[in-house]
Design a protein around this ligand. Structure first.
Ligand SMILES: O=C(O)CCC(=O)C(=O)O
Ligand SMILES: [Fe+2]
Length: 275
């Protein structure tokens, strides 16, 4: 069963994401049985299928070594438990606001020989190299993305442990390869560990030089007003929606109101309306 995390560790994580390096590692959160189940399902869904992927830079000849499995919530109870782990819910509600939502829950499987990614920020900042598409003055004074990354294998420097630049989230700008290469560290960890970070932190997966695969599960969490990246309400099965806990309902944005047809709405009924 997943490890329960103490209040002290939760507080440390909030502090690290908001004021510190921008990330925090909870070691060995998920046990070997949970990890095996998750890996098995991910393998079944990606042995013959590559899946749309991002940030593969100039390595288009090796894209088949980097496999994505999207929409994990439809693929096993284990993912429904992982997505709403209590540490994720507590840390991210402090950073994103307590009605935060899920934008994507997907796996990133790097087969032996898979190249690393280019350094990047995560959605909705992922194309912020093109600043003209973003509001003037965008910065990191508050966060529009928090990520969970669950390591389903031991992560080592050899197999491509995630690389991050500590404190880079405060700069509020897109990374260049040159600056990233000078400053990154790699977050090695035992299997089952969970890294939380804010999406403005410069990061990427590194090349897998080992002889075994290395898999992460990537959870994307957003404030209630950012459009999710995966269309979860359309892709998650009706049974999953119907049986969801209050936390999962929140993550799927089931009770969010807008956009609404307000033209014909009754006056005065709209909660939170200011006029
Ligand atoms: O798997 C990893 O180490 C990180 C992957 C990642 O950052 C991404 O795909 O956005
Ligand atoms: Fe990323």
């Amino acid at each position: 069963m997943a490890r329960s995390i103490s209040n002290d560790e939760i507080e440390l994580a909030i502090e690290a994401l908001l004021e510190g390096p921008g990330f925090f590692m909870f070691e060995k959160v998920f046990d070997p049985e949970e990890i095996n189940i998750a890996n098995h399902i991910i393998q079944i869904h990606s042995d013959d299928k590559i899946g749309a992927t991002h940030f593969h830079g100039g390595h288009s000849d090796k894209i088949h070594l980097q496999r994505r499995v999207w929409n994990l919530l439809n693929k096993g109870q284990i993912f429904i438990e992982m997505v709403q782990h209590h540490a994720v819910m507590r840390v991210f509600s402090k950073i994103l606001g307590n009605n935060f939502i899920l934008g994507s829950f997907a796996a990133n499987r790097l087969l032996p020989g898979a190249p690393g990614q280019e350094p990047h920020l995560d959605y909705p900042y992922w194309d912020m190299y093109n600043k003209d598409e973003f509001p003037t003055g965008i910065n990191s004074s508050y966060h529009m993305n928090c990520q969970s990354l669950i390591a389903l294998h031991e992560f080592t420097t050899e197999n491509g442990a995630t690389a991050l630049v500590p404190h880079s989230q405060k700069r509020g700008v897109y990374p260049s390869q040159k600056e990233f290469d000078k400053e990154f560290i790699q977050t090695t960890c035992p299997a089952g560990s969970m890294l939380l970070f804010v999406g403005m932190t410069w990061h990427c997966s590194m090349p897998n030089y080992s002889k075994s695969e290395r898999t992460s599960i990537l959870g994307q969490y957003l404030p209630k007003f950012v459009k999710p990246m995966e269309d979860l309400q359309r892709s998650v099965a009706p049974e999953v929606m119907a049986n969801s806990s209050p936390e999962l309902r929140q993550l799927l944005g089931i009770d969010l109101r807008y956009p609404e047809l307000l033209e014909d709405a009754e006056t005065g009924n709209a909660e939170g309306q200011q006029s």
